[in-house]
Design a protein around this ligand. Structure first.
Ligand code: C2E
Ligand code: MG
Ligand code: MG
Ligand code: MG
Length: 275
């Protein structure tokens, strides 16, 4: 009804339908078409192993090349994709594409793939991971799934899925650590291979209180045998400090910005072959 009326009448009957909502609706429509149109691409960002000084892997980060708006970052559409459940087919595409890409690398680096809470809770997840591994031929130990604390709210279900995934030989990382709730007890209950300290901590690591929190996270992680990545390292001072605090890995613009495989991987593989 309202949709068939003219623009002004529309506003009259639904005053709450403001510009932002119209914008969202347009974006949702486009999002529904985007997969079929092949508008998504993955960028890759290297992770630096602080003990060896070598690149241990890359994180796959989705990008949307919208035909009129240009590149849209995930922050602008992941939430919408979750609300509409379009994240399920999108997440499956990301997983398959990331595994396919990683299987072509001449260095056996790890590939990290973000898994949204909605995707994680969907019954086909474990099967989807198995299928992506089989199709690409990527060894399971080279795949790392990044989940966030929101996944863990339904504790029993989450534990079951995490154990099934680890049973496949896949690694699990807890992303954006420190930004959610009751983080510390999660570390004991769930089988994580890695925690990624959120970049909001790294940004303020020159603050002694923040440094103390990071030190506590690292201490806990190392006692539980969990690797610790510092996210969002932008300066040499931050890199020096996260290393001093005992982080095992660093990721951030200082090391490399995320980029298309051909831009990021080529130089990386040449560098690794050289030394
Ligand atoms: P994330 O998983 O925590 O990824 C790290 C984000 O920090 C990326 O943003 C990356 O570009 C950015 N970043 C890396 N180093 C630095 C740095 O030194 N400084 C700053 N300021 N930022 C840095 P991006 O690519 O915009 O992704 C944002 C979030 O969107 C990701 O956060 C992740 O939660 C989500 N996301 C990205 N790709 C996917 C995907 O394929 N599936 C799902 N479910 N979520 C994704
Ligand atoms: Mg991540
Ligand atoms: Mg993160
Ligand atoms: Mg983040």
């Amino acid at each position: 009804r309202a949709k068939m009326a003219g623009r002004n009448t529309y506003r009259f009957y639904e005053p709450a339908m403001d510009e932002a909502q119209q914008e969202r609706q347009a974006l949702e429509l486009d999002l529904r078409q985007a997969l079929a149109r092949g508008e998504f691409a993955l960028h890759y960002q290297p992770l630096l192993d602080l003990a060896s000084g070598r690149i241990s892997g890359c994180e796959a980060l989705v990008r949307w090349h919208h035909r009129t708006r240009g590149m849209i970052p995930p922050g602008a559409f992941i939430a919408l994709a979750e609300e509409t459940r379009l994240i399920v087919p999108l997440g499956e595409w990301v997983l398959r594409e990331a595994c396919r890409e990683a299987a072509t690398w001449s260095e056996p680096m790890r590939i990290s793939v973000n898994v949204s809470a909605v995707q994680f809770r969907q019954p086909g997840l474990v099967q989807g991971v198995m299928s992506a591994l089989a199709a690409s031929g990527l060894p399971p130990e080279r795949l790392e799934l990044e989940i966030t604390e929101t996944v863990l709210i339904h504790e029993g279900e989450a534990l079951k899925t995490l154990h099934q995934l680890r049973g496949l030989g896949v690694r699990i990382a807890l992303d954006d650590f420190g930004t959610g709730y009751s983080s510390l007890s999660y570390l004991r209950r769930f089988p994580f291979d890695k925690i990624k300290i959120d970049r909001s901590f790294v940004k303020e690591i020159d603050n002694p209180d923040t440094a103390a929190i990071v030190r506590a996270m690292v201490g806990l992680g190392s006692r539980l045998g969990i690797a610790i990545t510092a996210e969002g390292v932008e300066t040499q001072a931050q890199l020096d400090q996260v290393r001093a605090e005992g982080c095992t890995e660093a990721q951030g613009y200082l090391i490399s910005r995320p980029g298309p495989a051909r831009e990021v991987l080529g130089p990386l593989e040449r560098m690794m072959r050289a030394g």
